[in-house]
Design a protein around this ligand. Structure first.
Ligand SMILES: Cc1cc2nc3c(=O)[nH]c(=O)nc-3n(C[C@H](O)[C@H](O)[C@H](O)COP(=O)(O)OP(=O)(O)OC[C@H]3O[C@@H](n4cnc5c(N)ncnc54)[C@H](O)[C@@H]3O)c2cc1C
Length: 399
């Protein structure tokens, strides 16, 4: 006989987006299930995955409100005060600095992803209205006008008024719900790691667009930087196979020794680059959050930031429905979430993809355009000011 369990809300995926949404609803009377295929011991002590996440001021504020920020050890939080974009050997560098444009004096923070995942688990684990079902894979999802249902691999069915998928950019439940997604395979791999160096980084992030590969160097604590190398897929294996010393020497050379000799201090982690955008963020009694809604190219560092802010907007709609004594799975509230989140997501998703195409295209017209874009940005302080403002402002509704 099928085992049935009833909740108000079922969230599929205990990644940072799914757990962030659950935590936003901690003070409600809703009964929430979060279903996760991985074991609880992995959520409690996630392995280091090489990703260092650049956070906007809005994300820092949401993480503080959720109780996550104090759980990130201070000595693991990097600060980005300046950012420079460099195009090959062009003399023009686009320079963003926080002076005069931000109350805090920095553009953003940078934190290892495994610490964010750990903090998300820590704040959610003892939440009284949350049932965490680990080692449980969702194999099916169905919803209709009256309720939603999620089937687990062991045959258990979880019923709920609303089902939210936070099961990564390759979301199987998005597919099962018949929601199409456009995906863009960049044919590239990003290799991430941390490196130490002799010279200080002065809290400056660098994005260097070379003709064959892109190199981002992001300031961590002390003389340590997060290194992000993007290169064509066919070259990734050779770079992964370099010895630590060979890799370090190559990066230092490509970075024109701005930080002096460099040393690899973590494993290198490769990630294939695929951007994904769901055609809709909601369905009948169903919503997508985090990478399941939009999986960004990491070059503009928006994925988790968008996951957090989207979950925050959805939580606001759910709490409003609870407050009014109405249905949390009603179409109107879900549509409001979709409209608000898509408005933020679409320009960032398409803008990022355009930037990637412009800066990885080696054709002469693209090189010209790239040079012109950098000069223009350099010469137009209002454009730069707008970008800095976007990074450092805390969204109005969060103040
Ligand atoms: C190299 C790199 C650098 C990045 N840098 C930045 C950055 O600087 N700034 C930024 O904001 N973002 C960055 N990102 C993006 C950020 O890491 C992601 O946006 C974020 O981790 C996504 O979180 P999520 O919870 O949506 O998905 P995930 O972390 O993918 O979590 C999904 C969860 O769902 C579970 N799951 C999947 N299927 C099922 C199922 N059927 N049943 C049960 N559970 C299931 C999985 O086990 C997993 O735990 C970067 C990404 C990469 C790859």
């Amino acid at each position: 006989m099928t085992k049935m369990r009833s909740f108000d809300l079922v969230i599929i995926g205990a990644g940072p987006a799914g757990l962030g949404l659950a935590r936003s609803l901690a003070d409600s009377a809703l009964q929430i299930a979060v279903v996760e295929v991985q074991s609880e011991s992995i959520l409690a002590d996630p392995p280091e995955d090489g990703r260092d996440i650049a956070l906007t001021h809005t994300s820092e504020k949401i993480m503080a409100d959720l109780g996550m920020w104090p759980l990130i050890p201070e000595d693991q939080v990097g600060t980005i005060r300046d950012a420079k974009v460099i195009d090959g050997r062009s003399p023009f560098a686009l320079h963003f600095d926080s002076k005069g444009s931000s109350e805090t004096g920095y553009l953003g923070r940078i934190v290892p992803n495994y610490l964010i995942r750990k903090a998300a688990y820590e704040v959610a684990k003892d939440q009284p209205n949350l049932t965490l079902l680990c080692d449980s894979e969702v194999v099916d999802v169905k919803t209709d006008m009256t309720q939603g249902g999620v089937t687990l691999a062991d045959g258990t069915v979880l019923e709920a008024a609303l089902v939210v998928a936070a099961d990564s950019r390759f979301s199987q439940t998005r597919r099962k719900m018949g929601i199409a997604a456009s995906s863009l395979d960049f044919g590239r791999v990003v290799i991430v790691c941390e490196m130490t160096h002799d010279l200080p980084h002065h809290d400056t992030a660098f994005e260097c667009f070379h003709y064959d590969q892109t190199l981002a160097i992001l300031p961590m604590v002390g003389n340590t930087s997060s290194v992000v190398v993007t290169l064509p897929t066919q070259r990734a294996e050779a770079v992964m196979n370099l010895s630590g010393d060979e890799f370090a020497a190559d990066i230092a050379l490509r970075f024109e020794n701005r930080l002096g000799p460099m040393k690899l201090v973590t494993k290198r982690h490769p990630y294939p680059l695929v951007g994904v955008l769901a055609k809709q963020f909601v369905g009948t009694r169903f919503a997508l959050v985090g990478d399941a809604a939009v999986g960004m190219h990491p070059v503009t560092a928006h994925g988790y930031n968008l996951g957090l802010s989207g979950a925050h907007v959805l939580a606001r709609e759910i709490l409003a429905a609870v407050h009014n004594g109405s249905d949390i799975g009603a179409t109107n509230g879900l549509k409001r979430y979709e409209a608000a989140h898509r408005k933020v997501v679409l320009p960032l998703y398409h803008g990022t993809n355009m930037l990637v195409r412009l800066f990885t295209d080696t054709s002469p017209p693209a090189r010209l355009l790239r040079g012109a874009a950098l000069r223009l940005g350099h010469l137009l302080p209002p454009v730069k000011k707008q970008i800095v403002h976007k990074l450092t402002r805390i969204e109005g509704h969060l103040r």
